[in-house]
Design a protein around this ligand. Structure first.
Ligand SMILES: [Zn+2]
Length: 109
């Protein structure tokens, strides 16, 4: 998917249409986006399943990866618009599902 480098868009902070540059948000790791999901170490620690010191062979096991084929080949890429006048960023409500997004010359996957 191709996007222009900068567009004219409504800025809710300036309350008018301004020139805005287009960027994409950096992909976060799963532990950063879902810090208290099931089987995460931080969740287990929060629920006090773990006390004392040492690992006791419980939290260093690798995750089970029995699925070989990746079902989804596209990712949700959230696009951010930065206002040139006030410098504030605003993302769009729904992230775009695409394998890659080209902004001008820059390609983000
Ligand atoms: Zn603005």
């Amino acid at each position: 998917m191709k996007l222009p480098k900068d567009t004219r868009r409504y800025c809710p902070y300036c309350k008018k249409h301004t020139k805005q540059t287009v960027t994409t948000a950096k992909q976060k790791s799963r532990s950063a986006t879902h810090p208290l999901s099931r089987w995460s170490t931080s969740r287990a620690k929060k629920r006090s399943y773990r006390s004392g010191y040492g690992n006791l062979g419980r939290f260093s096991k690798p995750a089970v990866k029995d699925r070989k084929r990746k079902t989804k080949i596209t990712k949700r890429i959230s696009v951010l618009y930065k206002c040139v006048e006030c410098g504030k960023m605003k993302g769009i409500k729904k992230a775009i599902r695409a394998s890659r997004i080209e902004i001008g010359e820059k390609i983000s996957k």
